[in-house]
Design a protein around this ligand. Structure first.
Ligand code: PMT
Length: 402
């Protein structure tokens, strides 16, 4: 089921008594980490309410093709593109017939036409309707067109008949769906990543900060999502768009970054601190803009900020914890010092005195430092480096958990 983490599943529900089982199916898919959007045909709403599916999926249910309100949110073409997989469960004889005929006379059939995603159908109907030669011809046509046909099961039916036509159980459907996706290096893992600088305000218009652009942290977030993880990106102020499928929490100060890092930490498997956190903040924030006085020298009083990554590494539900070290000399020595002092599993050290790498550059060169090893990776783009780092970290995480 871990393969469903972060997958975007469009669940279509058509009119049939088995529609009640789609509530449990939605719950299972959500529990496995999938993002589920539900589309119901008008007949489906006679068997189960959209409100139930909305509560379980966490999103409004899509009901009509020509709905101005829904189109203003996520339009039907956008929804078709959004889906990694379309699962229609239950798929009624009528829906199967319309789909096989290539019709687009409601939202669900239109989505099937408009999407490039794999489509799977879980037929459910009376046994005689299933055996009917039209239905069998339609199913065969859809199979040839590349649709997965999952089920139906045989047994006692709601109408009193016995025979083939029962929808497969939700657990069976969820397992079949999971098997459609590859198992990736971080499938099923929840990853928190801090990125960018923090800003420590002096007054309403001034702050202390640094040159971190967030590029390293955002590249890591993208690589972690690509590796199958569910990612929370805790970001200081940067000029970057968060990667898709990432839950991005925007913060300004170190204290806010700490609070966002601790929230939900129990479910976090891997924490990566790529942010450049201000070590100190002003003791007090002036209520009004500080005016220029006559003095030539102005002194600021600063107080130590909490150490976010060290706090995470002390937590009872401690995730695998990876820090960065931005150094200008004695790279390995200082990185190893951070490794032990902050109780980290791995430190990724970058020499920020080297031009073209580190802060606000598109490339980086890093050394992976553990208690007994230091491995330097060649200089490359932050995007490619992030992929290599995530692969390395996933291996270390796996061997630690084993
Ligand atoms: O954002 P970019 O422009 O792409 O640049 C990337 C980067 C250079 C910022 C990044 O690669 C990097 O090195 N980040 C850490 C920078 C840093 O400030 O390191 P540090 O030596 O101060 O801190 C060591 C570790 O403790 C880091 O994981 C840091 O996130 C963490 N820390 C530090 C202080 C603090 N109060 N809380 C923390 O969690």
């Amino acid at each position: 089921m871990h393969r469903l983490t972060n997958r975007q599943i469009l669940l279509g529900i058509t009119g049939g008594i088995a529609a009640y089982k789609s509530a449990e199916l939605t719950r299972l898919l959500k529990k496995a980490g999938a993002d589920v959007r539900v589309v119901m045909t008008p007949a489906a709403t006679e068997f189960i309410t959209p409100l139930t599916l909305q509560a379980l999926s966490g999103h409004p249910v899509h009901l009509q093709l020509l709905d101005p309100e829904a189109e203003a949110g996520m339009g039907h073409i956008e929804l078709a593109r959004w889906a990694d997989h379309i699962l229609i469960a239950p798929a009624s004889a009528d829906f199967i017939a319309r789909c096989a005929a290539g019709m687009g006379n409601d939202l669900l059939t239109t989505l099937c036409l408009a999407s490039d995603a794999q489509i799977s159908l879980a037929p459910a109907m009376n046994q005689a309707m299933w055996r009917d030669s039209h239905t069998q011809a339609n199913i065969e046509a859809l199979r040839v067109a590349g649709f997965n046909i999952w089920g139906p099961d045989a047994g006692e039916q709601a109408c009193g008949d016995t025979g083939p036509g029962r929808m497969l159980e939700p657990t069976d459907l969820a397992e079949r769906l999971a098997a459609e996706f590859d198992y990736l290096a971080l499938s099923g893992k929840t990853v928190f990543i801090t990125a960018g600088p923090t800003r420590e305000p002096l007054d309403p218009v001034r702050f202390i900060s640094n040159h971190s652009s967030g590029k390293m942290g955002y590249a890591l977030a993208q690589a972690a999502v690509d590796a199958g993880a569910k990612v929370k990106l805790i970001s200081g102020p940067v000029n970057l768009m968060p990667p898709e499928r990432v839950d991005c929490v925007q913060i300004e100060t170190a204290e806010q970054m700490l609070a966002a890092s601790m929230e939900g930490l129990e479910s976090c498997d891997l924490f990566i601190g790529a942010a450049a956190v201000a070590d100190y903040r002003p003791v007090a924030i002036a209520e009004h803009k500080i005016k220029k006085g006559n003095e030539e020298i102005m002194e600021l009083r600063l107080v130590k900020n909490p150490d976010i990554i060290a706090t995470v590494a002390k937590h009872t539900h401690r995730p695998f914890t990876v820090g960065f070290a931005a150094e200008t000399r004695d790279l390995i020595h200082y990185a190893r010092d951070k490794l032990t002092r902050k109780n980290l599993d791995l430190v990724i050290a970058n020499d920020v005195s080297v031009p073209g790498i580190g802060f606000n550059s598109n490339e980086n060169q890093v050394t992976l430092v553990t208690a007994d090893k230091a491995t330097t990776l060649p200089q490359t783009s932050k995007r490619l480096l992030a992929k290599q780092l995530i692969d390395q970290i996933a291996l270390q995480l796996k061997s630690k958990q084993a």
